[in-house]
Design a protein around this ligand. Structure first.
Ligand code: NAP
Length: 263
């Protein structure tokens, strides 16, 4: 199926590894031009080069920390300078620390709000004038299954990503007339460097073999495996494609059946 993404101009956050890398690669494979964002330059340059070599796409690495308003503004400017416009934005990056909510002070909350919520507010504010001028566009937010099925220890993310879901739903109404769609994906367990770190830490804490921990976690997923960045990227590609232009304001889990709820 041709997703009609050839020459579309995209910005993908947290694109040097994991889910963001998978999304940037998929969009490039579909013929899009991609600005890839991350903080650490060496790994970002290496990731951009890998995608460029594999796909031949126009790929622009932009060093940026999405917690900083000025970095977001500069990243959008750089992408527009190279591509002329922006059609697609994928808001993805790291996440606030894990821990019981009683242990977090105002400063920790402020950092979580900046990282998970304000980064999306600011990015959308910067890109919508370009999307409007281009005749439309698509925004996809990557959150987590825990933002619709809360888990103990993930409260900073749950609370701030719930804000992103509310923001996206409202924006989908406000931006529909401009033919700009906005949707939110809630990944379940996805095999990335971040998840490996979580498994290693858990195995150390419980003094167990990491491979046993991984196997147990896999068996907890109804479909019997971890997700891959490609599983997330496939949905992103549809949502940002002209073929997905009637889909907006949705919150969709990609979790191998992990969510246990009717709604
Ligand atoms: N993996 C899972 O099972 C899973 C499940 C549900 C939700 N998620 C969420 O999905 C997102 C991506 O997860 P992942 O597993 O792909 O993580 P990952 O492997 O740690 O990759 C994170 C990427 O984001 C970049 N990044 C982190 N903080 C950033 C910042 N402040 N500004 C710009 N770039 C930043 C990192 O590069 P630099 O460090 O160089 O900046 C890296 O490219 C996270 O929000 C995570 O919570 C993941």
């Amino acid at each position: 199926m041709d997703l009609q993404l050839r020459d579309r101009a995209a910005i993908v956050g947290g694109a040097s590894q994991g889910i963001g890398f998978g999304i940037a690669r998929r969009l490039a494979l579909e013929g899009a031009r991609v600005a890839m964002l991350a903080r650490r330059e060496p790994s970002l340059l290496e990731a951009a080069e890998r995608i460029r070599a594999e796909t031949g796409a126009s790929v622009v690495p932009v060093v940026a920390d999405i917690r900083k308003a000025e970095h977001i503004r500069r990243a959008v400017e750089e992408a527009v300078k190279v591509f002329g416009t922006i059609h697609i934005v994928v808001n993805n990056d790291g996440a606030p620390p894990v821990g019981r909510l009683a242990g977090f002070d105002d400063a920790a909350w402020q950092r979580a709000v900046e990282q998970n919520l304000m980064s999306v507010v600011r990015m959308v504010r910067e890109v919508t004038p370009h999307m409007r001028a281009a005749g439309g566009g698509s925004v996809v937010n990557i959150t987590a299954l825990s933002s619709i099925q809360p888990m103990i220890g993930f409260g900073l993310s749950v609370a701030t990503w719930a804000g992103v879901i509310g923001l996206a739903k409202t924006l989908s109404l406000e931006l529909a007339k401009d033919r700009i769609t906005i949707n939110t994906i809630c990944p379940g367990l996805i095999d990335t460097p971040r998840l490996s770190t979580v498994f290693t830490r858990r195995a150390e804490q419980e003094d167990r073999d990491p491979s046993v921990v991984v196997e147990e976690v896999k068996q907890s997923v109804p479909i019997g495996r971890l997700g891959t960045p490609e599983d997330i990227a496939a949905l992103v590609a549809l949502l940002v494609s002209p073929l997905g232009s009637f889909i907006t304001g949705t919150t969709i889990q990609v979790d191998g059946g992990g969510r246990q709820s009717l709604l």
